[in-house]
Every structure is written in structure tokens, then in C-alpha cells.
Design a protein. Sequence first.
Length: 486
Amino acid sequence: MRFRSVRPNDMPAVDAIVVPLFEDRAVAKTLDRAIRAVVDRIAKDVGVTRLYAVSSHFGEGPRIVVVGAGKRLEFDAERARRLASAGLKSLWRSRAKRLALVIDTDAGLDPGRAVRAAVEGVVFAMWRPEAHRTREEERRLPPLDTVLLVVEGDVKEAIKRGETVGEAVNVARRLANEPANKMTPSTLAAVAAGLAAEAGVDCDVLDADECRALGMHSFLSVARGSHEPPKFIVLRHAGRGGKGYDAGFVGKGITFDSGGISIKPAEAMHRMKADMTGAAVVVAALAALGKLGTRANIIGVAPCTENLPGGGATKPGDVFTSMSGKTVEVINTDAEGRLVLIDGITYAQREGARRVVDVATLTGAIAVALGHHFSGLFGRPVGFVDEVVAAAHAAGDRVWPMPLTDDYREEIRSDIADLSNSAGRDGGAIKAAAFLDAAVEEGTEWAHLDVAGTYWEELDRPYTPKGPQGPAVRTLIELAERIAPA
Ligand code: BES
Ligand code: MN
Ligand code: ZN
């Protein structure tokens, strides 16, 4: 599939044209008069103004898809993404190979932002979860040849960014979609190394012995019950040259979370193959930064292991010393994410990162608090959390700030060690964040995204196909771009 832009007056023959239609009915000026008339007629007949696609043939000419775009004043990048996805999906049985997307620049988005958003929407809508069907046509949508963006102006860079960012989200989806027998810590590390090499990003994978030498006993405690060797993935993007890191991204990489000795109920346990979403997100984001050549130095860290109840497994009550030096009493072996993350956060800081963002499917409690549409955001200082909110909003990820005060820090103290990894259900997502906070050193700005409510979508929609969602990939990329010195 190739993206290209064309001026409205130079539009070649295509199989289908996707046209946004706003509630005020004024059809884009960028359209040919004859087509405008057809679109007007469809609009009158069907009355589409919401996000809804209707397609119709126009004589011998192309199929015309009218997508309701809401109010012009409310049009933003997110609407543009959803609109493009809906338009594309409405065509997927039509065998259209060449597609034109009309970009309406009268609605408040400049051409660059509008094009980038439309390209992201198309790329998102092309992803399918059926990777293991034997029939090829069930594994993917019928491929398109060309997507033409009908717009005035030079939008090459916008197309490239939209494609790279959209593909990065799909990479994270693909990794999280893989079953745990095909995506072990070792395979994940190998895939990360491959993606890094393609993108010009450095990759080191630390094995158990190397982690032990660094004192990562909290991370390693989670791996004790599994036969699969743990892997600690480190990616380095040197975008501005020079020393040090402008930020560190840390992703939870539990390739299967059975709960360990504190075993989970069978219902929906299979979904815990995606408990490595944070790791997938960090890997995908770092690879995208490499491809985009973002001028910031970023380190990406992903501690990866299974959490299984084998004979060597951690027993409730066991105590381990983390890389930070703090001791942890493991009350519940199913609260394993925080155990791997604190060593990841410490490692990123030891490497010199003074801004750290972690992404993790950390607690069921965040879904109790926020449902499935917003990721929980924690951190300090407030100014940094605000930067993450702004980056997420601009990039199209939905996040919501949560409180984190000393009250919660007191509640996670252990009777016999520094920290307890489980302290009751109430406010569970906040207590988990408070635990991570214990690894954040003086002078480090830190944000934590709990994506356990947003990592998976049950309903199949154009913009969010059923399955893993790659939450926060776009936020991390956007944040790195904003951090990059101009
Ligand atoms: N990976 C789970 C959290 C999770 C739950 C992610 C549902 C996605 C969907 C995490 O490791 C976990 O088990 N958390 C426990 C913590 C508790 C034992 C303190 C939880 O949320 O119940
Ligand atoms: Mn768990
Ligand atoms: Zn988990």
C-alpha cells in the first residue's frame, strides 16, 4: 500500500472516493462539481452527519463513500483518524484497489495535521487480529494499491509520520496478539533486536546472570516459576548524539501472567498473553523514533518473563532485594508487574535517564476506576504529568490523571521489609503506582501509565479493530519529539 497526495484538480481515476460530510452540509470545495452534486444527493437522501459511512455508485465512475464528520467546529485530529478508518472499512468488501481520501482543510486542521491523522486512521483500520488463520484471505484485509490524499500543499512529511506512527501502533498490536507459546521472553527479545536493527536503534538483551550481577532480584523473583529464561531488553536511540538520555521508557514484559502461586481463575486467563503490552509498546515506540530520526536520546527498557507457578516459584511471604537496594515482601505473586518494573525503572535511572515513563498492564483496579476508554496516569511532579497529558492528547491516546500522595505510600509498607507488593483491593491502581514510586530517585521526573483497562478491545470497530490496541505508543513517540531540543 502506497500513500500519495494529489491536488484536487489533478485527481486520476480511482475506484473509490471517501468524502467527509459535515453537519452544516457544505461539501468540501476540493471536490469536483459533479461529485459534489452526488454527495449532496446522498446527504439529502440518507442524512448522514454522524460518523457513519454510506457508499454509492456514481454512474460508471468511482464508488463514492460519504462519511458523516459531525460539526465543523468540533473537527479535530481524532475525528479525522476515525473518519478515515470508517471510510476505509466501509470499502473492504468492494475490491477497491485505488482509493482517494478527500481532506477537508476548511474545518480547522491544517493540511499537515489532517493528512497525518487520515494516514494513521487508514493504517489502524488495516490491522487484523486473525494472524493464525490458515487461509490467507482470512488473515488480512484485501490489500490496497494506492491511497491518494486529495489536498493542496506539500504533505510528504505528514504522510511519512502518519505511516510510521500508525505502523508502530500495529507492531505493538501484533506482538501483544501473539499467543504466549509463540511470544516468550526469548522470542520477544529476538523480535525487538530485529526491529531495532531495521530502525538503526541499538539493542542489548541481558540474560538472568547479567541481571543477577546487577542486583535485579525483584525482577528475577518473578521468573523463578517458569522454564522460560527471562530477558531484560534494552534499546538505545541516539537521536541527538552526545551523552546521556533525555528520557527512559520502561515497559512491563510479562509474556504470560498466570498469577504464579497466587494463581488466577481460569476465566479470561488466556488474555494474560498480552501482559507484555508495555514491553511491546516501548519496543514499537523506540523503533519508530529510529525511523523518524527524532532528535532526542531515549533509552527503552523491557524486563520480560513469564509468571508461572513452577516448583521454584516465589511463595507468598518471600522477600527479595531489588536493584534499588529496597527489600520487597511478596504477599501476592499475582502482583508481579510492579516487581519487574521497579528494577526496570532503577536500571533506566542508573543509565542516566532523569525523565522516566513506564507503561504497564498493571492492575485490574484501573479498569474498575476508569473503565476501558482511558488509561490511568500517575507521576510526579505535576508539571511532568501535565506534559504527558498534553502529549497523549495531541497524539490521540486517552489518559486520565490519578492521585498519588503519601497516604498511599504508607499503605504499601511491609511488616518485615521495606515494601509490600500487595495491600488490599481498595485503590489498588494507586497502591501499585505508589510501589513504583519507591524506585523513583530524587531529581527524576516520572510518569506511569496503567493500561490494564485499555490494552484490549472486545468490539470490532474500524478505528479499533477487535484485539490488542497498542495503547500509549503514540504518546511515547510524541513525548520524545517534544523533549527533543529544537
Ligand atoms: N496483569 C495483571 C493486571 C491485569 C488484569 C491486566 C486484567 C489486564 C487485565 C496484574 O499482574 C495483576 O494480576 N494485578 C493484580 C494485582 C493484585 C494481586 C494486587 C490485580 O489487578 O488483581
Ligand atoms: Mn498478575
Ligand atoms: Zn500481570
